[in-house]
Each structure stands twice: as structure tokens, then as C-alpha cells.
Design a protein around this ligand. Structure first.
Ligand code: BGC
Length: 740
């Protein structure tokens, strides 16, 4: 600090970059150039290195010898897992007061769905189809984090996931590149606002670049083989959208993509990200992913791993220390590397500058603001709002739901009924059980005084013990309705938590079958971090609510839906398969030369499994009915530069008000390369009173119909198209048009 604002700043104004040049440069550019000019190679390498703090230690003062050593010797430019206003301040003081140039540290942390106020997991939020609310969750996360000394979130994860075995499917927005891009932008804007130096915003990270979600077999960290066309059409769009929205940083994936680990991918980082997309922020590796290139068997030593990552364009190394250990030696051997290093350091310092850290390195570490904003009441209100909107009604036979509040007895059964940990989901940052309202608590608060709530666990989530069934049956038999709360624990999805069987774990299915055998209506409240394939449950239980892991306000939000004070409007951002054997199964697949035809044997199908998934992408019911009619186009053909307007009537023909997510898809009938059978291109969320009708309008132009053609040009091709509108990707009205 001392030096930055004396020798160093003075240097700028005394013209160390030359009077002409200084005049042309922006103050930021001049500052960064001069700072870079001052730095030794060792100091530069420090800025390219990130170490982890010990996240178990939450004491206010940093005394851990390793951290003190790294910070005071300028060996790191960043810590992750150091949080809290007091502790970040203490760590910052070490760097600012005890290093030669006093360059401030940047503190990063994983706040995937909230800092202390935990919101629904990202996959759940994507089911709300409400970009304003999704953005608001990110804003609140930033407000709480920024007051607690954090500058940088390792979110949003924008990986497209077509395989529900992959545990990290819960971290993203599902399977669709168009929707994934919209959600990515909403989250980036929420975290970053339009001014990174504001005290209520933080830097965001688009991760994991790229195609990490394509892990073979859905097994985390596994190899990915993706053609460049599929990469660009399916996996890259949300990253590109995030870059365009100004995301501050990118994180490399752990995966090996087509033979090159993403961490060293010149194609991904240097060519696509930094050149084609003109990304100005910096790229951080994933946890030790630089060093792990020796295990990928592409680097024969840690030194070679450092070299490959540097060449690949990785600006900061997370946790492993190959840059610290070998970069000086590498530069001695190949002095041209200094230009890569200068570029990387410039990028890192630029984000620190944008955050305002050179003006005041302690500005985010504010105990008073931290105490005031963290876990604020308004944040809990938002948590309930987005949680109830993230719920998807999958089944509702005989209008079992909503429940009357004057029922005599409700049995709330199941291992997750009163669980405080599971609703937090995985990656819950500083979310704490004491802030969670469980389903049982939510139901008790919402049901009438006269209603008796009976409860029993029945079994654990993942055990073979059925000794609790007897008590559960006896409770169930006394009740008017059974609410069965089953699913996956928090740590059954997320990183390194892939599953080969995505049904209900343990004996939970048997618990449901036993409950159903009582003859009482069974409402399943499903809590999970990924699609659950369990046909019997969906096909036999009276109602099924997909509630994911909904965060601190799970109980009240689920009760809102169970008792009808909120009519569910969520729609699936991901296909739910019937069985693991159907995977990969996603709505925007290709037609093949032998598209499925039940009457023809030699068509694309299984002999032992249905062709269709359990529920298609975009699916979700309501307590009311929506009727679609009159899909009308304003013209049957148009030229590039013009647009086509699409109108559809939608009527609420049911008994209560409700919101519907009206979805627009297209199909390009013929292309120079094969095209998907459907592609989402728009949606409109609308509220309708009973009996009310509305005409919903969409517009499409040639630019919406672009794809990577035979010559890998991103362009449209004239020809025949179909447009579809409807409540989900499996139930659509269609019409034809031509692009001339
Ligand atoms: C994960 C990243 C995360 C990082 C830091 C890694 O294991 O893949 O998503 O940001 O750890 O916690």
C-alpha cells in the first residue's frame, strides 16, 4: 500500500510510462502498466498463485503459519476459503503491510446458491423460469459476501448437463444451451451488477470451461470427447453469454477434452475465450488442475504442467504450486514466456482494480455491515419466494393437491420430513442447519389448529433397515392424507457425488409402496439434487412434487404449495429419464435416419424400455388447466433482416389463477449438417385468472436460427422450418415457415 501510493503512484505521474503514452492511457491502464513495470518476476508469479485458507478456522485473526508465510512473502495473490469481515481483514493486512508493493489479495469462495442465506440449488432455481428472481438470489449472495470480506464468487457454474448421473448437474441450469445462457447472464448480472467496485457486488466466475458436464458415464472428473460442433452448439453458449455479460473470471474444467486437459487448452482459452470472445478478465485453474496434468499423463513433471498451463492461457493456479515452484526456471529457459506472464498478471490486477482494492483493500471487510446484512429478513423472504417458484408439480391424480387446511389428520412420513441438513443441499457455503425450516415445521405452521400432524421417519435415506415401517404404517393408517418426504441427502449430489443408479436410495421405494398399500392418498415430496428415475413412484403415488433442495425456507415454501396458497408453476430444466439405461436422454437430440416408430422394428429404440422419458424437458403441472390454440404466424416466409411474429392463444380453463411458462421451440427441417428435432428459442411466463385468455406473441429472426454449418461458420441457412409452442417439449402445437 505504502509503496503503491507513494513510489509507485508517483512513478505514474512523473511519467514513467512516458508523457505521450500516459496521456493516451486511461488512469486504470496507466496504473496497471506502471505497477507491472515495478514488479519483479517473483512478485508477478505470486499474483498468479492462489492458496486455500483453512476453512475450519473461522477465528478473526490469521495466525496459521502457512498462510502468514504465503501472504507476507508475496507468494500468493489470492486466497480461497478465507471469509468473514475480520478474518479477511487480518489476511489482507499481512499482504498490504508486509510485502514490498502491498498489492491487495483477492478472496474467492464457492457461493453456489447463497453465502449464509441458502437459496435453492441452481438446478431448482432454473425450474422457476424466473430470471428476475434468479438474479435476485445472486444479488443477495453478493451483498452478504461482499460485507464479509469476499470479493469473488466461484459461480455461476454454467456447464450444460445431459447426464443426471453426474452429481454436479445440481449446480447448473440443466440441459438446454439457450436457457442455460439466459440463466448464466442473470446470475453474472446478479453477482456483479454493473459496477464491480460497488460494496454490494462481487466478481463472478463462469465455470468449468468447458464441457466438464460431458463426463463419460456421468462419472465426475471423467474424460470428455465432444466434437467441435457439439462443443460450440451445446456446451459453449452459456460461457459465451457470460463472457458477453462481462463476467470477471473463468475457471478451467478438470476434464480432458478431446485429448487436451481443459486447463492447458489453447483452443478453449487462448483461441476461443481470449481471442474470439475478446475476454478481458482472468482465468483461474480448478483446484490443483494444473498439477493434475501429470496424472492426465500429458505432463511428465510438475514443471511441464506449469508450462502447459501457462501456454494454454491459465492466468492463476489454484492450490497446486507448480507456478510458484517452476515459473522462474521456465522463464530463464524460455524468456518469451514473460509476455504470457505479464498478460496474466495484468488481467489479475485489472480485476483487483475494478473491485476498488487498490483504493482501499479493506473496503469489503466491514464487521458492522456484515452483522447488518447477513441473514437479513428480506433475504429469507426472497428465499421463500424463489423456493416456492422452483417447485415442479409432476403428478396430481384426482386433484389430491392442494390439501385442505381443515383436514383432521396429516401423516408426515419419511427420512427427510424433519431433516435440517438436506434442504441446504450440497455446496451450501456458510448455510447452517439452525436457519432451516423443515417440511414438518412448515406443514405445522401452515395447517389449521384443528389438524393433527402425525409423524414417523419410516427409514433412513440410504439404509436397508425397515424396522421403522411398522410405526410409519400405524401413523399413516390414522391419517386423511400421507405426505411422504423422500429423496437424496444433500451429499448425494454435487462434486465427486456421481451415482450409477439414480432411483430412490435404500428402502424408500418400499416405504412408499407400504404407504400406498394403506389405501390413503400419498403425496410424495421429493427432495433431490438430480432427476430421480423411479417409475413406480411417479405412476402410482397420488401426487408428486419435485422440490429439489430448496434452501433455508424449504418448509414454508413447500407448505405454500401443498396447501395451495401458491399454485405451482415450475417447469423441468432437465429431462427425467425412466431408467439409467435411457441416458443420455435430452429433448434437443437429432432425428437419426431411423427415428423411433413403435410399429417398425428397425428404428431407434430399446427392446426393454420405453422410448420416451418419464417427463420431458419443460414439463410441469399446475392446479389449474391451460389450453393452447390458434398458433398463427404473421407470414409463411421471410428474408434475413426481417422477422416473423408468432401468436398463440392460451386460456386458463381451470378453477384457480395460475402462471404458465409458454415455451417456443423451432426445428430446422434440413441443414448442411443434421439438426436437432427441437431447439428452445423463447418462453413467456404469464399469469391467468380462471377463464381468462391471452394471446402470447413471440418474434423470430434469421439470427435466432443460426448454427455451426458444414464449414463451421455460425450462420443461418435458407429453408423450411417448423415452429412449436406449448407447455413443454413433449406437448406442442406446430406451424411451418420458410427462411428465404
Ligand atoms: C471445484 C470448483 C470449485 C473449487 C474451489 C473444485 O473442486 O471443481 O468448482 O470452485 O473446487 O472450491
Amino acid at each position: 500500500m505504502r509503496l503503491i501510493f507513494s513510489t509507485f503512484i508517483l512513478g505514474i505521474f512523473l511519467g514513467c510510462s512516458g508523457p505521450d503514452q500516459a496521456q493516451k492511457l486511461s488512469p486504470k491502464q496507466a496504473f496497471l502498466d506502471s505497477l507491472l513495470n515495478e514488479m519483479t518476476l517473483a512478485e508477478k508469479i505470486g499474483q498468479m498463485s492462489q492458496a486455500t485458507g483453512n476453512w475450519e478456522k473461522t477465528g478473526p485473526v490469521v495466525t496459521d503459519p502457512d498462510m502468514v508465510d504465503l501472504a507476507t512473502r508475496g507468494k500468493v495473490g489470492s486466497f480461497l476459503n478465507v471469509f468473514g469481515a475480520a478474518r479477511t481483514r487480518s489476511a489482507q493486512e499481512l499482504a498490504v503491510n508486509q510485502t514490498r508493493l502491498g498489492i491487495p489479495l483477492i478472496f474467492g469462495y464457492d457461493m453456489i446458491h447463497g453465502y449464509k442465506t441458502t437459496f435453492p440449488i441452481p438446478l431448482a432455481e432454473a425450474a422457476s423460469w424466473d430470471l428476475d428472481l434468479i438474479k435476485r438470489s445472486a444479488e443477495i449472495t453478493a451483498i452478504e459476501a461482499a460485507a464479509s470480506g469476499l470479493h469473488w464468487n466461484f459461480a455461476p457454474m454454467v456447464d450444460i448437463a445431459r447426464d443426471p448421473r453426474w452429481g454436479r448437474i445440481m449446480e447448473g441450469a440443466g440441459e438446454d444451451p439457450w436457457w442455460g445462457s439466459k440463466v448464466a447472464v442473470a446470475r453474472v448480472q446478479g453477482y456483479q451488477g454493473d459496477d464491480l467496485s460497488s460494496l454490494s457486488t462481487i466478481a463472478a466466475t463462469a465455470k468449468h470451461f468447458a464441457a466438464y458436464g460431458a463426463a463419460e458415464g456421468g462419472r465426475d472428473y471423467n474424460t470428455t470427447e465432444v466434437s467441435e460442433r457439439t462443443l460450440r452448439e451445446v456446451y459453449l453458449p452459456p460461457f459465451q453469454a457470460a463472457a458477453k455479460a462481462g463476467v470477471a473470471t473463468f475457471m478451467n474444467g478438470f476434464n480432458d477434452l478431446n485429448g487436451i486437459p481443459a486447463t492447458a487448452s489453447e483452443l478453449l482459452v487462448r483461441q476461443i475465450l481470449k481471442k474470439e470472445w475478446d475476454f478481458q478478465g482472468f482465468v483461474v485453474s480448478d483446484w490443483a488442475s494444473v498439477q493434475e496434468m501429470t496424472d492426465h499423463s500429458i505432463a511428465s513433471s510438475d514443471k511441464e504442467a506449469a508450462e502447459l498451463a501457462l501456454i494454454g492461457g491459465c492466468d492463476m493456479e489454484m492450490v497446486s504450486t507448480t507456478y510458484t515452484e517452476f515459473m522462474e526456471e521456465l522463464v530463464k529457459e524460455n524468456p518469451t514466456y514473460i509476455s504470457y506472464i505479464d498478460e496474466a498478471v495484468h488481467r489479475v490486477l485489472a480485476i483487483k482494480y475494478d473491485l476498488g482494492l487498490f483504493q482501499d483493500p479493506y473496503r469489503y471487510s466491514d464487521p458492522a455491515r456484515e452483522a447488518e446484512v447477513v441473514l437479513h429478513n428480506d433475504h429469507f423472504k426472497h428465499a421463500r419466494e424463489i423456493a416456492k417458484r422452483s417447485i415442479v408439480l409432476l403428478e396430481n391424480r384426482n386433484q389430491t393437491l392442494p390439501l385442505n387446511t381443515d383436514l383432521n389428520r396429516i401423516a408426515v412420513i419419511g427420512p427427510l420430513a424433519d431433516d435440517k441438513e438436506t434442504p441446504l443441499g450440497t455446496w451450501s457455503a456458510q448455510g447452517r442447519q439452525e436457519h432451516v425450516t423443515t417440511i414438518l415445521e412448515g406443514i405445522k405452521l401452515a395447517s389449521g389448529d384443528e389438524t393433527k400432524i402425525l409423524t414417523a421417519k419410516g427409514c433412513e435415506v440410504n439404509s436397508s433397515d425397515k424396522s421403522g415401517f411398522k410405526n410409519a404404517r400405524s401413523m399413516a393408517k390414522q391419517a386423511d392424507v400421507i405426505i411422504a418426504v423422500v429423496g437424496e441427502e444433500a451429499l448425494m449430489s454435487g462434486e465427486a457425488l456421481s451415482r450409477s443408479d439414480i432411483g430412490l436410495p435404500g428402502v424408500q421405494l418400499e416405504l412408499l409402496q407400504m404407504l400406498k398399500a394403506t389405501g390413503k392418498p400419498v403425496v410424495v415430496v421429493l427432495m433431490n439434487g438430480r432427476p430421480i428415475a423411479e417409475p413406480w413412484m411417479y405412476e402410482n403415488c397420488d401426487a408428486v412434487l419435485e422440490t429439489w433442495h430448496l434452501g433455508v425456507q424449504s418448509g414454508p415454501a413447500i407448505a405454500d404449495v401443498l396447501f395451495g396458497s401458491y399454485n405451482p408453476s415450475g417447469k423441468l430444466p432437465v429431462t427425467i429419464p425412466r431408467s439409467v439405461g435411457q441416458i443420455p436422454i435430452y429433448y434437443n437430440h437429432k432425428n437419426t435416419g431411423r427415428a423411433y416408430d413403435p410399429t417398425e422394428r428397425y428404428t431407434s429404440q430399446y427392446i426393454d424400455e420405453d422410448h420416451l422419458p418419464q417427463y420431458p424437458f419443460g414439463y410441469g403441472l399446475s392446479y389449474t388447466e391451460f389450453e393452447y390454440s390458434n398458433l398463427v404466424l404473421d407470414k409463411s416466409s421471410f428474408h434475413a433482416g426481417e422477422s416473423i411474429s408468432i401468436g398463440v392463444d392460451i386460456k386458463n380453463s381451470g378453477p384457480v389463477s395460475g402462471e404458465e411458462v409458454v415455451q417456443l421451440y423451432v426445428r430446422d427441417m434440413f441443414g448442411s449438417v443434421t439438426r436437432p428435432v427441437l431447439e428452445l428459442k423463447g418462453f413467456h411466463k404469464t399469469m391467468l385468472a380462471p377463464g381468462e385468455s391471452q394471446t402470447i406473441h413471440f418474434t423470430l429472426g434469421a439470427e435466432d436460427l443460426r448454427f455451426w454449418d458444414k464449414d463451421m461458420k455460425f450462420s443461418w441457412e435458407p429453408g423450411n422450418f417448423k415452429v412449436f409452442v406449448g407447455p413443454d417439449s413433449g406437448d406442442l402445437l406446430g406451424a411451418d415457415f420458410k427462411l428465404l
